[in-house]
Structures are given as C-alpha cells and as structure tokens.
Design a protein around this ligand. Structure first.
Ligand code: UDX
Length: 433
C-alpha cells in the first residue's frame, strides 16, 4: 500500500516509520522545511527509543521518504493519514482543529482515484464529518472516504505500542475503506490483534474515553495515596491489592505528582468541552482535571514540609524534568509547576534531566547541571520528579555525602522508605504513610 503521512510530529513519524516497517511505501510530509531536511539527513527531531534505527533502516531499504511537498505522495496514495497537532485552543480548552482543516483542504485538491483519508490526530467527535465536508466542497468529484483511526501510543514505548497494540480501532462504514485499513494493518493480524470496526463518531470518542479513563485511574490512586498518608497505609500495596482484581487491572495505578504529557491534560479538557456542548457534562472528568491541576501545584509544598516550611535561601536539587521517563517531552510536565513554585518560596533550583533539554527555555533561573550528582551537590533537599532509570541506581552514599542536608522527596516512589531511613536520609514519598 502507498501511504502519505501528513505531519511528522510524534504520532506521524512513529506511525509512518512503523507502516514502512510493515512493508508499505510511506512518504512523511511536513511544512517545516528544516525538520524535513534534518529527517532526510538521518536526524530524528524527537527522543524515542528505537526510532532512529527504524527510520534509518526503512529509508535505506527505500520504503520511507520525507518531503515538504504533499502533491506526489497524496496523488499516488491509497491512504492519506492526517497526523497533525490538535493542541488545546488558548483560553477555552477546545481542541484547535486549524491544522486538521488545513490538511483536509490541501489533500482535497491532490487526491487521484479512490483515497482513504485517515485521522490519526486526536479529534473531537464529528471532526470526520467536517473533514468530509471540506474535501467534498473543495473537490466535488473526489472519490474518497474519511476514516477515524486513533493512536494509543505511549511516548517512550511508541514503537512497541504500534507493533503490539492491545487493539486497533477503525471508524468507518465504507466497505472499500475497510478493505484498505485491513490491508494496512494486516501484519498485525498474525499476532491476532483485535481490530474494532465501528462508526466514525464512536471511534473518535473511543480515543477520548480511553485517555479520560486512564487520567481518572491515575487521579484515583493519587487521592488514595493522600488518604494512605493520613491513615498510615501504603498506596503501593493498596494498588497491588486492588490491581490483582482483573476487573480493575494493575496498570496505571502508580501514584505520583499528577499526570502530564501531550495527551491526558489536553484530551481531558477537550472531552469536558465536548460533553458540556452536548448538554451531558462528564463531571467525573471535570473533577479529575481540577484535582490533577491542584495536585501538581501542591507538590512543592511537600518539599517545603521536609524543610520545616521554609525554603528561603535553600538550594533544591531536582532530578528529572520531563513529564515521564524515556522522552524529551516537557509538555504539561509536573516540573513546570513544581520548579517555579519552589523558586517563588525563595529556593534556588539546580536540576538535571537526561533528555529534557527544552526545559532550559521553559524554566527561568534554574541552574542546569550535567549529571545527577552535580544536581544534588550542596542541596538542602533533593526532589525526584521523573523516574528515569538512572536515578533508581544512584550511589546513595555518594548522594548523601554531596548534599548539604540529607532530605529526599521522592515523588515517584523509586526508593524504599526503610532503606532510605537506614542510610540516614530524611525521606518522604507518595502515599506510604
Ligand atoms: C498517553 C496514553 O497512554 C496513550 O495511549 C495516548 O495515546 C497518549 O497519551 P503518554 O502521554 O505518552 O501516553 O504517557 P503515559 O505513559 O500514558 O503517561 C501519562 C502521564 O501519566 C505521565 O505524566 C505519567 O507520569 C503519568 N502516570 C502514568 C502516572 O502518574 N501514574 C501511572 O500509573 C501512569
């Protein structure tokens, strides 16, 4: 199959490279000429484990190419994927569909022969109808079908998630489109991956419902963690105790500083807006959003607590800035709330993150260090915000020696309280009363 992928952001690039690896002929298109130049030169603009090798191999074997021009690729494509950004619209939280609409306009004039237009971008219910109307208006003779095919890729594990998904969701009622989608994902049928064919609106909603449910699950365990602290219980054991119940499941029950990232924060708010507009508010999700925002803001207080409420003139060492490990993504990262709050309370912040280079532009006044030991040196307290593997195996005696006072606030529960106590740290973590 021939695939044109519009948008070489996170989703477009991973999906394009994986489809090429399945054996399809893929052209990834982006308006950003510099990005395309870099990709052509073999440079991957994002940090995603395994992506560089995957791109390199598929380019070398002639199945993957990059272009700023959509013309040729769209004209010859069996399927054109729209994988452009749908950020939160400033001010009101609705998903900003301007890039999606622009892509639809562009595709409309280029399609030749029956073409399946697939939305990979996360789009509100009804967007498929809008895309269809835009294309129909711009090119009344076009032979096409618009399909919803949401992605469920976790950053840091995106290739694995693409190649071994729990399910594939395809929203279309068009038989020809269904055949094309079947063919595109055929390599996955060998692993018996379930494919859920459904209506387009249903498919669009599945994506939001999945993300909202996961955000809700995390928020639930975060609140239980607070309760554990108050009553002297251990949230990790609670999570295990409930997670073994198959109806609940053990995933996404890690208590922490609140969820961040490119999806949960924006998708939960967009779902709230859709539901309000439809006259059926999703109050559970409205509350989830509120609790999570407040939680991220409250985390700096935990650091103040270990220093008797006074951060004035104190040095805080921060380990981890990205919203989760194995990504360089800083979008809605808890660190963006925590670090400025520490500074507002009078602390000086020195920080290290293995990949969060963008933090330098986003966090003013922070002293960025070259490694974890440099970041803890001379600190009155250390706070672990992101659970990078390399922080799990630190030489703790060295850490203690380097710090001014051995206070550790572990917002990801990567260490054991009894062990930290035995090593002479004053240690606080999440939900382990
Ligand atoms: C998410 C979805 O998992 C994915 O299916 C969707 O397509 C895009 O959004 P991603 O944002 O990459 O993926 O990361 P994810 O692993 O889901 O984590 C999101 C946030 O939740 C992170 O801030 C993470 O630290 C937090 N989290 C996750 C927890 O606090 N506890 C958990 O148990 C799991």
């Amino acid at each position: 199959m021939r695939v044109a992928m519009i948008g070489t952001g996170y989703v477009g690039l991973v999906s394009g490279a994986c489809f090429a690896d399945f054996g399809h002929d893929v052209c990834c298109i982006d308006k950003d000429a510099r990005k395309i130049e870099r990709l052509k030169a073999g440079e991957i603009p994002i940090f995603e484990p395994g992506l560089d090798a995957l791109v390199e191999r598929n380019v070398r074997e002639g199945r993957l190419s990059f272009s700023v021009q959509a013309d040729e690729a769209v004209r010859s494509a069996d399927a054109v994927f729209i994988a452009v950004g749908t950020p939160s619209r400033r001010g009101d939280g609705y998903a900003d569909l301007s890039y999606v609409h622009a892509a639809a306009e562009e595709i409309a004039g280029l399609m030749d022969g029956f073409t399946v237009v697939v939305t990979k971008s996360t789009v509100p219910v009804g967007t498929g109808d809008e895309i269809e109307a835009i294309i129909r208006k711009a090119n009344p003779n076009a032979d096409f079908a618009v399909v919803s095919n949401p992605e469920f890729l976790r950053e840091g594990a995106a290739i694995e998630d693409f190649k071994r998904p729990d399910r594939i969701v395809v929203g279309t009622e068009d038989e020809r489109a269904r055949a094309v989608m079947n063919e595109l994902y055929r390599p996955l049928f060998l692993n018996e991956t379930p494919i859920v064919f459904t209506g387009r609106r249903t498919s669009e909603l599945i994506k939001y419902a999945a993300n909202a449910f996961l955000a809700l699950k995390i928020t639930f365990i975060n609140e239980i963690a607070d309760l554990c602290e108050a009553v002297g219980a251990d949230v990790q054991q609670v999570a295990r105790g409930i997670g073994l119940d198959k109806r609940i499941g053990n995933k996404f029950l890690n208590a922490g500083p609140g969820y961040g990232g490119s999806c949960f924060p924006k998708d939960t708010i967009a779902l709230v807006r859709t539901a309000q507009d439809a006259g059926t508010p999703v109050r559970l999700i409205e509350t989830t959003v509120e609790i999570n925002d407040a939680r991220k803001k409250a985390m700096a207080g935990r650091v103040a607590d270990v220093l008797e409420g006074d951060l004035n003139g104190k040095t805080i060492g921060v380990l981890g800035l990205t919203f989760k490990p194995n990504t360089d993504d800083m979008r809605d990262a808890p660190s963006l709330d925590i670090v400025p709050a520490l500074q507002a309370m009078g602390a000086t912040v020195q920080a290290f993150d293995p990949e969060g280079h963008e933090a330098r532009q986003m966090l003013a006044g922070v002293d960025f260090k070259a490694g974890p030991y440099e970041a803890v040196e001379g600190a009155d307290a250390v706070v672990i915000i992101t659970e990078w593997d390399q922080f799990r195996a630190l030489d703790l005696d060295r850490v203690k020696q380097l710090m001014k006072s051995p206070n550790v606030v572990d917002l990801r529960n990567i260490y054991r309280p009894d062990d930290m106590k035995a090593r002479g740290f004053r240690y606080s973590s999440i939900g382990r009363g």
